[in-house]
Write a protein that binds this ligand. Structure first.
Ligand code: NAD
Ligand code: UFG
Length: 337
C-alpha cells in the first residue's frame, strides 16, 4: 500500500513510518515543518533503509494534498498533522480550529476527490474529559474541557458522519493515551520546539541540564503517592498500533471504528522520575508546585477492544520508555554540539 502520513516529520508519525516501512508498506510523508524538522524523515530512511519522500505542504492546501495523493499512488492516509498543546489552544483557539478542524476537512475533501477512502486519525484520550470511571473504555462518554480537546471531538464526529453517509469509507479513530520514549536507535524521538509541555521531554531536558528543575504539578491527588497517574505508552508500541489499526479497518467491513491505544496501566509522576533516575543513572531535580489547571488525578485505558479486535498489545514498560527517551536526548545533544 502507498500510505500518506500527514504531519509525517512529527514525533509519532516518524515512528509509525518506521513500523509501516518495516511491515512492507510504501510510506510518503507530508508536513509543513511547523513543529518538526525534515531531518527526522531522513533518519527514518536511515533506520529502514528505504528513502522516504517528504512533501513540504500544509494540509489546508487541498490542491497540494490531491497532487500528493495522485503523484504517489496513495491508497490510505494516516492523519497526524495538527496542533496539540492544551494551554496554547486556550490562548489561540482560532489557530487550533483552523489547523485541526479545517485542516482535516481539507484532507477528506482531497481524499474524496481522489477516491481514496481509507483513513486513520490521531485522536486522544482527552476526548473522555473528566473520567467518570476507570479504566476508560471506548464507550465512556466524551466531552471536552479545552479547545484542543474540542477540535479532536469535532473531527471524530465529522469523520463518523462522513462514514455514515458513504459506507465506502474505512475510518479508524485511534485514541492515544500518553505516548513517550523513542526509537531504540536514538535517531528519532520527541524534540518539541520551545519549552516542553509534557512530562517526559521535560524530564529529559532537566536531566541533561538544558532546564533547571521539573515542577511536579500537585502531590495532593487521590492517588497512591498524591501525584497524577497516566497511561504512558512507548511510541514504538503506539506505532505498531497504527499498523494493526490500518490493517483492521482496511480489511474489515465496518466503515468506522474507534480504538484506544494505551497499556492499561498507570504510573505516577514520581514513579516516572524515579524510573528515569534509576535506569539512566542521572538526577532529575524537582519541586512540588500547585496543580496544573485542567489536570485529572488519574487516566488510563481499557485495552480490551484493541486486544480483541486489533490483536494489539503494548509490550514495552516504563524501563524501556525512560531508557529510550534518555538515549534520544543524549544523541540530540551530541549532534547539536
Ligand atoms: P508533532 O507536533 O510532533 O507532530 C505533528 C506534525 O504535524 C508536526 O510535524 C507539524 O509540523 C505537522 N503539522 C502541524 N500542522 C500542520 C499543517 N497544517 N500542515 C502540515 N503539517 C502540519 O506531534 P505528535 O505528538 O507526533 O502528535 C501527532 C498527532 O497525535 C497530533 O494530531 C496530536 O494531536 C495527536 N496526539 C498526540 C499526543 C501526544 O501526547 N503526543 C496524544 C494524543 C494525540
Ligand atoms: N506533569 C508535571 N510536570 C510537568 C509536566 C507534566 O508534573 O512539567 C504531570 C502532569 O500534571 C500529569 C503528568 O505529568 O500528571 C502527565 O502530563 P503530560 O502533560 O505529559 O500529559 P497529559 O496527560 O496532561 O496530556 C497528554 C497530552 C494531551 C492528551 C493527553 C491524553 O499532552 O494532549 O495526554 O492523551 F490529550
Amino acid at each position: 500500500m502507498g500510505i500518506l502520513l500527514t504531519g509525517g516529520a512529527g514525533y509519532i508519525a516518524s515512528h509509525t513510518a518506521v513500523a509501516l516501512a518495516s511491515a512492507g508498506h510504501r510510506v510518503v510523508c507530508l508536513d509543513n515543518l511547523l513543529n518538526s524538522r525534515a531531518e527526522m524523515v531522513e533518519r527514518v530512511g536511515d533506520i529502514t533503509g528505504q528513502a522516504i519522500p517528504l512533501i513540504l505542504a500544509d494540509i489546508r492546501d487541498t490542491d497540494a494534498l490531491q497532487q500528493a495523493i495522485r503523484d504517489h499512488g496513495i491508497t490510505a492516509v494516516i492523519h497526524f498533522a495538527g496542533l496539540k498543546a492544551v494551554g496554547e489552544s486556550v490562548a489561540w483557539p482560532i489557530a487550533y480550529y483552523d489547523n485541526n478542524v479545517r485542516g482535516t476537512l481539507s484532507l477528506v475533501e482531497a481524499m474524496a476527490v481522489c477516491n481514496v477512502k481509507t483513513l486513520v486519525f490521531s485522536s486522544s484520550a482527552t476526548v473522555y474529559g473528566l473520567p467518570l470511571y476507570l479504566p476508560l473504555d471506548e464507550s465512556h462518554p466524551t466531552s471536552a474541557t479545552n479547545p484542543y480537546g474540542r477540535t479532536k471531538l469535532m473531527v471524530e464526529e465529522m469523520l463518523a458522519d462522513i462514514a455514515h453517509a458513504d459506507p465506502d469509507w474505512r475510518i479508524a479513530v485511534l485514541r492515544y493515551f500518553n505516548p513517550v520514549g523513542a526509537h531504540p536507535s536514538g535517531l528519532i524521538g520527541e524534540d518539541p520546539h520551545g519549552t516542553p509541555n509534557n512530562l517526559m521531554p521535560y524530564i529529559s531536558r532537566v536531566a541533561s541540564g538544558r532546564l533547571q528543575e521539573l515542577s511536579v504539578y500537585g502531590d495532593d491527588y487521590e492517588t497512591a503517592d498524591g501525584t497524577g497517574v497516566r497511561d504512558y505508552i512507548h511510541v514504538t508500541d503506539l506505532a505498531q498500533g497504527h499498523v494493526a489499526g490500518l490493517r483492521a479497518i482496511g480489511t474489515g467491513d465496518r466503515p468506522f471504528a474507534i480504538w484506544n491505544l494505551g497499556t492499561g496501566r498507570g504510573h505516577s509522576v514520581l514513579e516516572v522520575i524515579a524510573a528515569f533516575e534509576r535506569v539512566n543513572g542521572v538526577s532529575v531535580p524537582y519541586r512540588i508546585v500547585a496543580r496544573r489547571p485542567g489536570d485529572v488525578a488519574a487516566c488510563y485505558a481499557s485495552v480490551d477492544k484493541a486486544r480483541s479486535e486489533l490483536g494489539f498489545e503494548a509490550s514495552l514498560g516504563l524501563q524501556e520508555m525512560v531508557g529510550s527517551a534518555w538515549r534520544f536526548e543524549r544523541m540530540l545533544r551530541a549532534s547539536n554540539t
